[in-house]
Ligand binder design. Structure first.
Ligand code: ZN
Length: 234
């Protein structure tokens, strides 16, 4: 079949079908390879990377490349272990600090102290998972950052299971075919494992075959709000 042309969409008005691919847990050894996929075959695909502060040292150039190629940078806290330790202790102050430390690490990598990611994804979707599983709007405050957008996801590749890339793609497409996320699905994968480029290629192809010709960077506070039902600020 002939696939429709690709377009890059980072601002509204949003078309009926616009997919948000998100890649978590980087930067890491395979993040650059995923960036390459987003520009191969003449693609101009925009995605959002949710980064861990603890992974940035040694990968500063990758962070800069994510930004320079037009992708979104979101804050994914310092690291999963650190986040869950604070979460389990119900320690909002430390949770907020883990976000701030990550933000500073991103700023250092970019050489831009004015950068604000403005969007957060809690590790494991820990603060929003119940609603994600029910395919409901995601409503949760980001600890210490009340004006930020807090993003979960609607479609999960479960690529961290480590099985074949095609299985991860199939899991995601089954959820797309169930209508999860509707015309604006937020799709979760990771940029840190060796088959990330293959999963990403498969997800892009699967989405295009289903009529998704636009791939967006998730909006931050102040961006043109096209899909406000995905997020909530309070
Ligand atoms: Zn994660």
């Amino acid at each position: 079949m002939t696939l429709p042309p690709l377009e890059y969409a980072s601002e509204g008005p949003y078309p009926n079908k616009l997919a948000y691919i998100t890649l978590d847990d980087g930067p890491g050894g395979y993040t650059e390879a995923t960036l390459d996929v987003l520009r191969e075959n003449g693609y101009q695909i925009g995605v959002t990377y949710f980064l861990h502060g603890k992974n940035i040292a040694g990968h500063e150039g990758t962070v800069a490349r994510i930004r320079s190629e037009g992708h979104g940078i979101g804050n994914h806290s310092w690291g999963h272990e650190e986040w869950y330790a604070a979460l389990n202790a119900n320690d909002d102050v430390t949770m907020s600090d883990l976000i701030d430390r990550t933000e500073k690490a991103i700023q250092m990598a970019l050489g831009d102290s004015t950068f604000v990611s403005g969007m957060f994804r809690s590790p494991g979707g820990s603060l929003v998972i119940d609603r994600m599983l029910n395919n409901q709007p995601i409503i949760e405050q980001v600890p210490g950052h009340p004006l930020w957008f807090h993003y979960g996801w609607y479609v999960d590749t479960k690529d961290w299971w480590g099985d074949e890339a095609e299985n991860a793609v199939q899991r995601a497409m089954e959820e797309i075919d169930k209508g999860w996320g509707g015309n604006n699905p937020i799709i979760l994968m990771h940029s840190t494992h060796s088959h990330a480029p293959e999963v990403l290629r498969g997800v892009i192809d699967g989405l295009r075959q289903r009529g998704f010709v636009k791939f967006g960077v998730l909006p931050r506070p102040g961006d043109s709000p096209g899909i406000v039902y995905h997020l909530f600020v309070r």
